[in-house]
Design a protein around this ligand. Structure first.
Ligand SMILES: Cc1ncc(COP(=O)(O)O)c(C=O)c1O
Length: 378
């Protein structure tokens, strides 16, 4: 039996490096975008309570009504944008939200524009679903973010545009004025704007705007994975114009029945002041590690990276050291135990010149990584 060509997507090299790194006791995992801390205390307490007190059967397909309401309140409060619980679809991680959004809004052959470099799962999932990916070559001159000029220049009739801010792998935040221009451009042409905002809450002084501030037609994607430190709980959400929700309800009923019940009960406690203060203390730690690495890496000759405005990634140019960052990362891991992500996952054209460093590690781990890197690089 042979797999269908549409199932043949690129491997996620980060996961391959992670698998190898986890076999070493001395590994320093600068390869994966997973917060070191687990879920906040009140979330863990709510999960324990739910284990004994809640039925944990299937929930409503769109998510627990009280969780949809909590997410709507969070969104409205954070951005001052009126948001109704009825506009929120709770999903199985934001990953589940992307699959649902692509299925709900695209037909095979539809063109979707996204930035290169960018998060590889968009490209691979779109490929598997038969959509056409239009990569916008985004470089340092636009802080690796797409602009209206990129969209104009691509010369394609687009059905969807995906914007990611703070970005993975570059860590840059899109200028709110440019996000507004893109939102208006999409609205005028009836192009769907899907705004991946899953790293919101993790930024270092720059403003993060939601696309919904600029267009009621935009769809935003959120997640409990990053700021909320709940990667394995598999919860995310979409906020969309209300008239689309029934389509997502029907799709999700068939794709997943419902998002994980225990995670939903627990997530209700993620928006409480105690949880939020715990989560904000993690962001302060990321900021310290970021400041340390952005000061130290240039001393090792690794000084060419995008400004890490938010999230926890550094997109580092290593072209002066190698023409094959995948082999370079493999040697680095083998010889020092420091695991970084090869750039090829995120950019199939120039990724061989880049690595991605995740800094959601402790400051102490970052220090050890710098010592080992300094020795290795001589
Ligand atoms: C930009 C971006 N979007 C979406 C995801 C998917 O995250 P999750 O499914 O855990 O919400 C990730 C994961 O790293 C990501 O970096």
């Amino acid at each position: 039996m042979v797999p269908s060509p549409r199932g043949e997507v690129e491997p996620f090299r980060v996961m391959q490096i992670l698998g190898k790194a986890q076999q070493r006791e001395d590994a320093l995992l600068l390869c994966v975008g997973q917060p070191r801390a687990g879920a906040p205390g009140p979330v863990l307490a709510a999960a324990s309570e739910a284990l004994v007190g809640a039925s944990l059967g299937y929930t409503a397909t769109l998510g627990l009504p009280e969780l949809r309401a909590a997410i709507a309140r969070w969104h409205a409060h954070t951005y001052g944008t009126p948001t109704r619980a009825e506009q929120v679809v709770v999903t199985t991680g934001s990953s589940g939200g992307f699959v649902a959004a692509f299925l709900a809004l695209l037909s095979p052959g539809d063109a979707v524009a996204l930035a290169r470099p960018g998060y590889p799962a968009y490209r691979n999932t779109l490929h598997a679903l038969g959509a056409e990916v239009v990569e916008l070559d985004c470089g340092p001159e636009t802080r690796y973010q797409p602009t209206v000029e990129h969209l104009e220049a691509c010369g394609r009739e687009l059905k969807m545009v995906i914007v990611t801010s703070p970005d993975n792998p570059t860590g840059t935040i899109i200028d709110p004025a440019e996000l507004q221009r893109i939102a208006r451009w999409c609205e005028r042409r009836d192009v769907v704007l899907l705004s991946d905002e899953i790293y919101h809450g993790i930024s270092y002084g720059q403003t993060t705007a939601t696309a919904r501030q600029f267009s009621p037609e935009a769809i935003t994607v959120g997640s409990m994975s990053k700021f909320f430190c709940m990667t394995g709980w598999r919860l995310g959400w979409l906020i969309m114009p209300e008239h689309l929700v029934e389509t997502f309800d029907n799709l999700q009923a068939n794709l997943a029945l419902c998002p994980p019940a225990i995670a939903q009960h627990a997530a209700l406690a993620a928006f409480t002041p105690d949880s939020l203060s715990e989560l904000r203390s993690h962001v302060r730690e990321y900021a310290e590690t970021r400041d340390y690495l952005t000061a130290e890496l240039p001393k090792l000759g690794l000084g060419s990276f995008a400004p890490p405005d938010g999230g926890f990634y550094l997109w580092v140019d290593v072209s002066h050291l190698t023409d094959d960052s995948e082999a370079w990362a493999a040697d680095l891991l083998e010889e020092t135990g420091v695991a970084v992500a090869p750039g090829k996952d995120f950019d199939t054209t120039s990724g061989h010149k880049f690595i991605r460093i995740s800094f959601c590690i402790s400051l102490e781990q970052a220090r050890q990584a710098v010592v080992r890197l300094a020795e290795w690089l001589g």
